[in-house]
Design a protein around this ligand. Structure first.
Ligand code: HEM
Length: 493
C-alpha cells in the first residue's frame, strides 16, 4: 500500500514538475485539473465575470487552461491594442466544431490567404455601397436605413402600446436592411423563406453557442444532445445556402447595376472565369461569406439596440433629456438623419455607454497566436487563444469613474464634445477588428434617435427586482443579449 502511495505522489510530482517546465515565462494564472483545466471554476453562464475576477487577482495578462485550449486573457487597453495589431495575432482560434460547421470558409473564422483576400473584398464592398465619409452613395445607404426605421416605427404604432418583444421586431427590420445590402433583396415579413431564416437566426445563434464548449472539450460530443445540436446547425447552414443558391440562379444575368454583396461576388466570379486561379471566389465561399455577414451584422446590432432601449427605459431622466434635444433638431415629422444627430452628442454617448456596459462580446472574440510572441515580458506560445476581455476593460476603475453606473456624460469633454476612451473597445482593434463598426453605428444612431423621438419607452409594469435583474444580466450565447422581455412604446409625436 505504501508503495502505491509513494508511486502516486511521485507521478503527481512529475506531472507538476513537467507543467512548471512547460510554463516557463508564461503569464501567471491559476492551476487547473488535467483535461478540464480551469473550466470547472468558470461561471458557466457568465464566464466573463469569473475571467474579470481572475484579472483582479493575476493582473492585466494571465493564462488559464480551458479544456484543450491554452488561453491568455488580456485586460490592459494599451497592451491589448498593441497585441491585436500584430500579425502574429491575426488568426482566430482553431475550434474544431466551428470548423466543422463553417468549413473554414466565409470571413469570421477563416485565416491566411483566404481571410486576407476576402476581408479586402468585403471592405471594398462596404465602401462601394456608401460606408464612407460623404457622397451620394452614403446618402443612399442612409436612406435605406431610414426606410427600415420608418417601417419599424409604423409597425410599432400599429401595436397600440401593446408590449413588444423587441428581439423579434428588430430582427425583421434590421434583418431586412442587411438582406438588402447583402443579398440585394428584402422579403415581406410573412414570406416563408424569411420566416425560416429568422427562426434560424433566433435558434441558430443559441445552438451555435454550444460550438465553443464542444471545441474546448471535444469529449462532450459523445453526449447525444450536443451531437444533435451540431447536426441541426449544419442542416440550417445547408438550407440557408440552398436559399442563396436559388436566389443567385434567379439573378444570373441581371446584376450589372447591383452593388449588394451577392452581386459583387457573382461579378468577381465572372471576371475571374478565365483566370487560371480564381483564388477563393467560389460558390461555396460565396454562400459562407453571405451568411457570415448576415450573422455578424444582425445579431450584434439587434442586441445592442435592445440593450439601448432597456437603459432608456430604466433611466427616464436621460430619456426625457434626449427627447428634448431630438425635438430641437427634428423637422416636420421627418425621420431624423445622421447630420441632425451630429447636433445631439447625447444620443451617441447613450449608445456608447450601452455598449460599454453591455458589450455584445463581453469575453472578446478570441484570436489565436500563429507564431510565438512575447507580450509584456511573457512568452505566448504558438496556438495560444488570446481573449481581449472587454468586460474587464469596460469597467476598470482606472479608466471609468463609478464604472457600474449608466452615465453617458462620461463620454463628453468639458465643452460637451464626444471624447474617446482607450479602454472602450466594443469592436476590438487591429488587423481583424470588426469591419462593420461604422455601418452599425449608423444603424444604432438612426434607429435609436428616431425611436426615442417618436415614443416614450418603458418596461412592463409590475416587474419584480428579480425579474429585472434577470433581464439585465442577460443571456450569453454567441453574443450577450438581454433575457426575454417586452418594451412598451407610447407615441409622443
Ligand atoms: C453593434 C454592432 C457590432 C459589434 C459590437 C461587433 C463586434 C465585433 C467584434 C468584437 C468582432 C471581432 C473583432 C476582432 O477579432 O478584433 C467583430 C468581427 C466582425 N464583424 Fe462585427 N460587430 C458589430 C456589427 C457588425 C456589422 C453590422 C457587420 C457587417 C455588416 C459586422 C461584420 C463583422 C465581420 C465580418 C467580422 C470578422 C472580421 C474578421 O475576422 O476579419 N459586424 N465584430
Amino acid at each position: 500500500m505504501l508503495w502505491i502511495i509513494i508511486g502516486v505522489l511521485m507521478l503527481i510530482a512529475i506531472y507538476f514538475g513537467y507543467q512548471r517546465h512547460l510554463n516557463k515565462n508564461l503569464p501567471p494564472g491559476p492551476w487547473g485539473v488535467p483535461i478540464l483545466g480551469y473550466l470547472p471554476w468558470l461561471n458557466p453562464t457568465q464566464p466573463y465575470k469569473t475571467l474579470t475576477e481572475l484579472a483582479h487577482k493575476y493582473g492585466p495578462i494571465y493564462s488559464i487552461q480551458m479544456g484543450k485550449h491554452f488561453a491568455v486573457i488580456m485586460s490592459d487597453p494599451s497592451s491589448v491594442r498593441m497585441a491585436l495589431a500584430r500579425n502574429e495575432l491575426a488568426d482566430r482560434t482553431n475550434f474544431t466544431v466551428i470548423n466543422e460547421i463553417m468549413q473554414e470558409h466565409g470571413l469570421i473564422f477563416t485565416h491566411g490567404a483566404l481571410w486576407k483576400e476576402q476581408r479586402k473584398f468585403v471592405c471594398n464592398w462596404l465602401k462601394t455601397i456608401g460606408v464612407c465619409k460623404f457622397g451620394d452613395k452614403k446618402n443612399n445607404l442612409q436612406l435605406n436605413i431610414m426606410d427600415a426605421v420608418s417601417s419599424t416605427i409604423s409597425k410599432i404604432r400599429h401595436s397600440n402600446e401593446f408590449p413588444i418583444d423587441t428581439g423579434k421586431l428588430f430582427l425583421v427590420y434590421i434583418g431586412n436592411f442587411i438582406n438588402h445590402i447583402v443579398l440585394g433583396k428584402t422579403w415581406p415579413e410573412d414570406d416563408l423563406n424569411w420566416i425560416y431564416l429568422r427562426k434560424l437566426a433566433e435558434d441558430g445563434s443559441k445552438k451555435f453557442a454550444v460550438a465553443t464548449p464542444l471545441s474546448v472539450l471535444p469529449i462532450l460530443k459523445v453526449i447525444p444532445k450536443y451531437r444533435k445540436t451540431i447536426i441541426e446547425v449544419i442542416e440550417g447552414v445547408k438550407n440557408t445556402h440552398f436559399i442563396y443558391k436559388t436566389l443567385m440562379e434567379k439573378r444570373s444575368g441581371k446584376i450589372d447595376d447591383c452593388d449588394d454583396l451577392m452581386a459583387m461576388f457573382m461579378k468577381e466570379v465572372t471576371k475571374r472565369k478565365n483566370d487560371k486561379d480564381p483564388h477563393y471566389f467560389t460558390e461555396k465561399q460565396c454562400n459562407y461569406l453571405l451568411s457570415d455577414l448576415f450573422g455578424a451584422g444582425v445579431e450584434t446590432s439587434v442586441n445592442t439596440l435592445r440593450w439601448f432601449l432597456l437603459y432608456m427605459a430604466l433611466n427616464k431622466d436621460i430619456q426625457n433629456e434626449l427627447q428634448k434635444q431630438l425635438d430641437l433638431v427634428s423637422t416636420n415629422g421627418a425621420v431624423i438623419d445622421l447630420e441632425q444627430i451630429e447636433s445631439v452628442p447625447l444620443l451617441k454617448a447613450c449608445v456608447f455607454e450601452t455598449m460599454r456596459l453591455r458589450p455584445v462580446a463581453p469575453s472578446g472574440i478570441p484570436r489565436a497566436v500563429n507564431n510565438e510572441i512575447w507580450i509584456l515580458g511573457f512568452r505566448i506560445p504558438k496556438g495560444t487563444m488570446v481573449l481581449p476581455l472587454q468586460w474587464a476593460m469596460h469597467r476598470d476603475v482606472k479608466y471609468w469613474v463609478n464604472p457600474l453606473a449608466f452615465q453617458p456624460q462620461r463620454f463628453f469633454d468639458e465643452d460637451g464634445n464626444i471624447i474617446n476612451n482607450k479602454a472602450f473597445m466594443p469592436f476590438q482593434a487591429g488587423k481583424r477588428a470588426c469591419v462593420g463598426d461604422t455601418l452599425s453605428y449608423w444603424m444604432l444612431f438612426l434607429f435609436g434617435a428616431n425611436l426615442i423621438h417618436n415614443f416614450y419607452i418603458s418596461m412592463e409594469d409590475n416587474l419584480s427586482e428579480k425579474e429585472l435583474n434577470t433581464i439585465m444580466d442577460g443571456e450569453f450565447g454567441i453574443t450577450l443579449s438581454p433575457a426575454a422581455h417586452n418594451i412598451i412604446f407610447k407615441s409622443r409625436v
